[in-house]
Design a protein around this ligand. Sequence first.
Ligand code: ZN
Length: 189
Amino acid sequence: MANPFIQRATIEDEVRAALAATLRLDAEGIDLDSSIVTDLGATSIDFLDINFRLESTFGIRLATQLLLDHVEEELGEGTAIDKDDKITAAAASLMKRYLGERPGLEAGIFAEEIPAFVTPRVLVKSVEGITDELPEKCTHCGEAAWKSDDGKKVACGACSKPAEYPDGDELTKRWIQAFEQEHHLFGGG
Ligand SMILES: [Zn+2]
């Protein structure tokens, strides 16, 4: 279910703002389809900072574990990354679904090349994937009385507690299982 309080445009603005603040860039100039690593110059430490800003803004928890590590955990060791640290054909298909078709995103690239394919749009999708999981009712008091003052954080109108969303790692696991059930590429499911 889409979150009725949080517009995609708001998430896009906040992703630009988080990138701009961390990387000292002009928010207006950030292309949502640029590579956060190659084009915007982010390091892995920067990603932690960017994620933290988005988590604080929306009251969510983004995935902390790499997608391919989740795949290996869910579907078996060696299914996503081979012994030479290259991604398998199944993993490449899954990454394309997750990151979008990008030149060079193919089976056989090194797993460590994957972060270069992450775009601001992927971050928008990650945030939205979580905020879209707003439960029907407050998990604290059971009332269905959500409200939002700023279009970013959602709170209960009855007990005032912030909305509790599933965390990013949990949603990533569900997404991987659903992908495998649909495509049967990893030999599991
Ligand atoms: Zn409540």
